[in-house]
Ligand binder design. Structure first.
Ligand SMILES: *Cc1c(COP(=O)(O)O)cnc(C)c1O
Length: 426
């Protein structure tokens, strides 16, 4: 069972709301630091281990710089993410470029800053050859897709055969051979085969498969394999009835597979890389929102001042996010509500048929586990503006790490015409 406690009290949240109106994202510096430290502890047995934080999960330079202190790099998939990583001072080998369907200019920029390129497809070799003018970097990584179902025991975890990513077994072998001829000296293998796994066995199972693949590819192509990138997919317990992953157990499981498969083959200098997003940040960010309406029709509704534009996961995946009504943590959950945002979309509900304590107008609600794939997925549907991101620092102070959008921001792409320039007067 996961204890769904918040890191913020009603008093503190009300105090913050005086300066930064709701809704806002709040990140817990202490929690994210402790977790990052633990991740490095879990893989300390592997010389050269690095977590390349998946920037798309929480693309905020203030947070990236905190992760950097622990030795984390970044995993980027676009020019914007690459630029953010570069601006934060990440060194070339601390920037992984794991893109797909990659535009030419993204590759050009990745190559320019010397990021490690992780090729999603074999056809990208020709595409990139042209961009690089045949001058390949020493190290290239390739993304693998084994097809079929990804199973653990009898459980189907995910369906790589239906996913657009990566190369087939035959293609990755050919890619390594071709790249070797082009002068690439060192290779990485990458795979992301299941998302948001809530089991300590995902990484170890994936690692064993990739380690075996590494042994085979080395045999077949003579490639010097330098790292294996387990990518993302380590999940968190969004629901109170789920069990949290234990990264120390996960690290130990990967170590066991490493010893069994790689060390026994004399391949004991391969570095383990990860690209976790969710596990690094999700529990350490919340969306704080205020109840502004109640509605009693065929169901009971609580309307809050945040909406799916701030946090999209419930609307698009039906994802569960735990909700705490601040100040009522110990009251009985004896009311049944749909908690909704204001979009003209019936899917804009943070919770459906959720048992909560009685919610009164003005109550502050904390939407849990929004620290990854939360703010970053936000959009501007219905002309809704994205809210601020705040950091609750270890000393209890609060720092704004991204301001809220304004109407000026929303209208900025019309700046070539005068129509909305003086929107204040409209
Ligand atoms: C999204 C993504 C990740 C992070 O996934 P999480 O589920 O947040 O751990 C890592 N690597 C790649 C290539 C991704 O696309």
């Amino acid at each position: 069972m996961s204890e769904k406690k918040t890191f913020i009290t009603k008093e503190k949240a009300e105090e913050i709301a005086k300066t930064y109106p709701t809704p806002f994202y709040l990140y817990d510096e202490k929690g994210m630091r402790e977790n990052a430290k633990k991740v490095y502890e879990a893989f300390s047995w592997n010389k050269g281990f690095r977590e390349y934080f998946a920037v798309k999960a929480t693309p905020n330079p203030f947070l990236l710089k905190i992760l950097k202190e622990y030795g984390c790099g970044t995993d980027c998939a676009s020019i914007a993410e690459l630029k953010m990583a570069k601006a934060c001072g990440f060194a070339p080998d601390e920037i992984m470029f794991s893109s797909n369907d990659t535009p030419r200019e993204d590759y050009e920029y990745a190559a320019k800053i010397g990021a490690i390129i992780n090729l999603d497809d074999i056809t990208h070799i020709g595409f990139l050859d042209d961009i690089l003018d045949g001058k390949w970097p020493e190290t290239i990584s390739c993304r693998f897709n084994p097809g079929g179902y990804f199973k653990m025991g009898n459980d189907i975890m995910d369906n790589p055969g239906d996913s657009k990513y990566g190369m087939t077994r035959e293609q990755i072998k050919e890619a390594f051979s071709v790249l070797k001829e082009k002068g690439v000296k060192h290779f990485g293998i990458h795979a992301f085969l299941a998302s948001n796994t809530v089991t300590n066995d995902y990484y170890p199972t994936l690692a064993r498969q990739l380690f075996e693949l590494a042994v085979e590819l080395k045999d077949e192509t003579g490639a010097d394999i330098k790292f294996i990138n387990l990518s993302g997919g380590v999940g968190i317990a969004y629901r109170p009835d789920q069990e949290d992953n234990d990264i120390l157990v996960i690290g130990e499981g990967v170590r066991k597979a490493y010893e069994d498969v790689l060390v026994s083959q004399g391949m004991d200098d391969i570095k383990i890389y990860t690209e976790m997003g969710r596990f690094m940040m999700a529990p350490y960010g919340v969306l704080v929102t205020r109840a502004i309406h109640e509605k009693h029709i065929y169901k009971e509704y609580i309307g809050v001042d945040a909406c799916a534009a701030n946090l999209m996961r419930p609307a698009i995946y039906g994802a569960y996010h735990h909700i705490t009504v601040l100040g009522k943590e110990n009251e009985p959950e004896d009311h049944l509500y749909d908690v909704t945002g204001s979009l003209c979309e019936n899917s804009d509900k943070f919770a459906i048929d959720r048992k909560l304590p009685k919610v009164d107008m003005g109550d502050l609600l904390v939407i849990h586990d929004a620290g990854a794939h939360g703010y970053s997925m936000g959009y501007n549907y219905n002309g809704k503006l994205k809210c601020a991101e705040l950091l609750l620092k270890e000393d209890g102070s609060v720092e704004m790490i991204r301001r809220a959008e304004t109407l000026d921001d929303y209208f900025a792409t019309f700046d070539f015409c005068d129509l909305l320039k003086n929107h204040e007067d409209i």
